[in-house]
Design a protein around this ligand. Structure first.
Ligand SMILES: Cc1ncc(COP(=O)(O)O)c(C=O)c1O
Length: 400
């Protein structure tokens, strides 16, 4: 009998972290490496948010926080959902956890029994299937295509729902593709869900504030109020407020579900960090002007990256609506020889050779369940992005 649990054998390491580590190792050897592999923002947390944390420390808000979160934050979350999404949630229908990832984990732990299925559109954020597996459920997958912006189509959703489907996981804007659902696209999906009353939806809205141009962000319970009773609306401060290290995520949903998540969390991490929660109150209630600044900067970067990648031989890069990722297809590069002499057989070969020959770290699409593609995070400076895209162009140009 092995010492480590069998559950571990069901879980894959995060390809994103593996790639980031490879880039770090090469840097440590003195190589000039640009990492486009992480979902980390270049911006710093705004000063008024930091000040709120400092004030909280000075006031002695350093004790255990209530399991579901401090009431001022749960009230701020309820206000946020009303103000930005037109959703009515009582503070008692909200829960605060240690990052968005933890929210998903708690929801799955609180609801999944062996045999329960969670339907996940491909490509997906790397953690979804692994969280489902760790919580004893079965991840099932629905396919998407580049032609439809990697967005789930209603007929594909319908086809993949089984009597065992407990949840649909939706993520808009998406990590890894940046694709986001318009109101009409979302309504087409919620119409399908209305025909399957046993299916709940977990909507991961982490990138809500990062949509570009006139694009209107929508979330399922807003588009179809009749789904409110079986929707967990998840969000967090990590991406919107450049607060990845503060570790605060939150969700709102039916009280019964939120209570069950509180129950899980109470025997696990207890309440999230008190100081981070006070900072998050300020993030949600305080001035929001920096959101427009972030948005403008990211839109410029998206446009720069898409245009430069579309000048790279063999890459096809659609224009995504949001987040800070692009997801080019490298199908036409497969079968060609890299400068090292290696023939590229997979998208993983593509990113490995790109890192070796030009020092640019990206993540292969197959790690997110759909390839041959690569995910490029443009959450870095314009200068670095330009340099990285030139290197990618050079690498593609060198393929034979
Ligand atoms: C789609 C998506 N959901 C959730 C998370 C997790 O957010 P957090 O850092 O708050 O745990 C991420 C982080 O990369 C993400 O990309």
């Amino acid at each position: 009998m092995g010492f480590l649990s069998d559950a571990l054998s069901r879980v894959k390491p995060s390809a994103t972290l593996v790639m980031t580590q490879k880039a770090r190792d090469l840097k440590a050897q003195g190589r000039d490496v640009i990492s486009l592999s992480v979902g980390e923002r270049v911006f710093d947390t705004a000063d008024h948010i930091k000040e709120a944390a400092v004030d909280a420390i000075r006031r002695g808000e350093t004790k255990y926080a209530p399991v579901s979160g401090i009431m001022p934050l749960r009230e701020a979350i309820a206000r946020k959902f009303k103000r930005e999404n037109g959703l009515d949630y009582k503070p008692t229908q909200t829960i605060v956890s240690t990052g968005g990832k933890h929210v998903i984990y708690n929801a799955m732990l609180a609801t999944l029994n062996p045999g329960d299925e969670v339907l996940i559109p491909r490509p997906y954020w790397v953690s979804y299937p692994e969280i489902v597996a760790l919580c004893g459920g079965t991840a099932t997958f629905a396919e998407t295509t580049m032609e439809h912006g990697f967005k789930l189509q209603p007929d594909e959703l319908e086809r993949n729902i089984t009597p065992k489907t407990k949840w649909l996981m939706l993520n808009s804007p998406s990590n890894p593709t940046g694709g986001a659902y318009t109101r009409a696209e979302m309504k087409a999906l919620t119409d399908v869900l209305m025909r399957h009353p046993h299916v709940w939806v977990l909507t991961d809205d982490m990138y809500e504030h990062l949509v570009y141009g006139d694009f209107e962000f929508v979330t399922p319970a807003q588009v179809e109020p009749a789904l409110y009773e079986r929707t967990l609306t998840m969000n967090g401060v990590s991406k919107a407020y450049a607060m990845t290290g503060w570790r605060i995520g939150y969700a709102a949903g039916p009280e019964k579900l939120v209570k069950a998540m509180d129950f899980v969390q109470g025997q696990q991490t207890s309440g999230a960090t008190s100081v981070s929660q006070w900072a998050s109150v300020q993030a949600l209630d305080g001035p929001q002007d920096h959101l427009a600044v972030f948005k403008k900067a990211f839109q410029e970067r998206r446009d720069l990256v898409v245009s430069m990648l579309n000048q790279a031989k063999y890459l096809k890069t659609p224009v995504p609506e949001g987040a800070f990722y692009v997801y080019p297809s490298c199908a036409e590069a497969i079968g060609r020889k890299a400068p090292s002499g290696k023939t590229l057989e997979t998208d993983e070969d593509f990113v490995t050779e790109l890192l070796e020959s030009e020092g640019v770290a990206a993540v292969h699409g197959s790690a997110f369940g759909l390839g041959p593609n690569l995910r490029i995070s443009y959450a870095t400076s314009n200068a670095l992005l330009e340099d990285a895209c030139q290197r990618i162009q050079r690498f593609c140009g060198s393929l034979r």
